[in-house]
Design a protein around this ligand. Structure first.
Ligand SMILES: [Zn+2]
Length: 467
């Protein structure tokens, strides 16, 4: 009987968000990630579209890490009939819980708002993509935590090994060993690859030998500034803003970046790079919860940092306020200058940061410091790209604040970092995903082709036979 090992991409094909990959091995099927599309013009429709496979037929799901663009469509998958186990590391399980609960709340709020508008127009209400109940059912499916570097049997002839990706706490690349009849194949999914030489997380492990590699290419077209330069730039932007009496707004992802920012604020204040006594607000319930999860998972951290965490609090700074309540968050809006405000979402597509932008973008003394990636089409990207005016909550806001983009904090490996991760052992095929087609993906394609790799850019919902 001919063997049947097939790969297909169901999200993050020729774009950055929506990661979802399917492997069929004989009669069994597994998914690697099932993330939300973010920042697309047709985002709502894209997330509501059929998956391109039958969720009932999927035996198991393996999750590389807890970012929403990798886990955000799982509740919908469950709603549509997926009942298999979900495999993830211990930290990813905990972070995914926080991320998905928050996403359900946003889905329900957005749907309620849209429904009110539609109602007035005499149109049908809009259902949320998924609800809190769908998330709770999803959380029940998480299997026992998967340790790094240990092969586990998933189903049929499919084995998996999770390997530290150094991207966010708990993140992993996943190596699948596939057996069907006489055919055996190894395919590695990069998930998101982190940067080396960071303070909190370990370096990403290099990719293991495999026949096929499915690799992200978010920053495949550039090399980041060094971390040390970026930290200096960060301190400089903050000090200048505070000196002229403005507020510093830092749109930040709740996971990883927020903790990194807290750590550098801690260090900068301690070392005298930042003024003492500045009020700092972490205005993100999700980031506050994530910070607690970091404290509970020293096994996912760099040894020196875990050591520091055991006797000091490297996330704390005098005058740091964690604001969980909406009323506390609103009180921050009344501060005209002299504060540092960290809030989500990192791409400014939702969350409390939009309120802080509304209150600070028009002030010429304030500044907005971007410390992470902002996808095409998002409010964050428009500001980074120099928009003079932006629309926030149906209001046009003039951009007078200084805008800083500090890209050395990136949680994603850059061009050289991806090549280091990939190594040069002979491989059959590198499939590039999770990148902008005309940027990271194109440049990485050129580089790899010049180095004699075979490269493919998978298309959405299109099967590729591996054996
Ligand atoms: Zn990620």
């Amino acid at each position: 009987m001919p063997s049947k090992i097939v790969y297909s991409c169901h999200g993050a094909a020729r774009e950055v968000t929506g990661s979802c990959h399917r492997i069929q091995c004989g009669d069994h099927q597994v998914l690697v990630d099932c993330g939300l599309f973010q920042g697309r013009r047709d985002e709502e429709a894209a997330n509501a579209e059929a998956f391109g496979f039958d969720p009932h037929g999927i035996d198991a799901l393996l999750l590389t890490h807890a970012h929403l663009d990798h886990c955000g469509r799982i509740p919908r998958l469950v709603k549509q009939g997926f009942k298999g186990p979900i495999y993830a590391t211990a930290a990813t399980r905990e972070l995914a819980r926080v991320v998905l609960m928050d996403a359900a709340r946003l889905q329900e709020e957005d749907a309620a708002r849209a429904s009110r508008l539609r109602h007035r127009r005499g149109e049908a209400e809009r259902d949320p993509l998924f609800t809190l109940e769908d998330v709770l059912r999803t959380l029940d499916l998480f299997a026992e935590a998967v340790p790094y570097n240990q092969a586990i049997q998933i189903t049929g002839g499919i084995h998996a090994e999770f390997i530290d990706a150094g991207h966010i706490l708990g993140s992993a690349c996943i190596l699948l060993s596939l057996e069907d009849g006489d055919a055996t194949r190894r395919i590695v999914f990069s998930g998101d690859v982190g940067c080396s030489g960071r303070d909190i997380l370990r370096d990403p492990n290099p990719a293991p030998a495999a026949d096929y590699v499915v690799m992200e290419s978010t920053y495949g077209d550039r090399n980041h500034r060094s971390l040390a330069e970026s930290i200096d730039e960060f301190y400089e932007a903050i000090s200048r803003t505070l000196a002229r009496g403005g507020n510093v707004v830092i749109p930040s992802f709740a996971l990883e970046r927020a903790q990194e920012i807290l750590y550098y604020l801690h260090r900068g204040t301690k070392d005298g790079h930042l003024p003492q006594g500045t009020p700092i607000f972490l205005d993100s319930p999700m980031a506050i919860s994530a910070t607690e999860i970091f404290r509970r998972h020293p096994e996912g951290l760099r040894e020196a940092f875990a050591e520091e965490l055991s006797h000091d609090d490297p996330f704390a700074t005098p005058n740091l306020h964690f604001t969980r309540d909406a009323s506390e968050s609103m009180a921050i809006n009344r501060i005209e200058g002299g504060a540092i405000i960290i809030a989500g979402s990192g791409m400014c597509t939702g969350g409390r940061v939009r309120h802080h932008l509304k209150h600070n973008l028009w002030r010429d003394k304030s500044s907005v410091v971007f410390v992470g990636y902002a996808a095409n089409g998002t409010l964050g990207r428009r500001i980074v790209d120099g928009a003079r005016r932006v629309r926030i909550f149906d209001e046009i806001i003039q951009v007078n604040a200084s805008i800083h983009t500090i890209n050395g904090f990136s949680a994603h490996a850059d061009h050289d970092g991806l090549l280091n991760w990939l190594g040069d052992s002979a491989r059959r095929l590198v499939m590039l995903v999770h990148g902008e087609q005309e940027r990271g993906m194109r440049v990485m394609n050129d580089t790899l082709t010049a180095r004699a790799f075979q490269v493919a850019l998978p298309e959405l919902n299109t099967p590729v036979a591996l054996a």
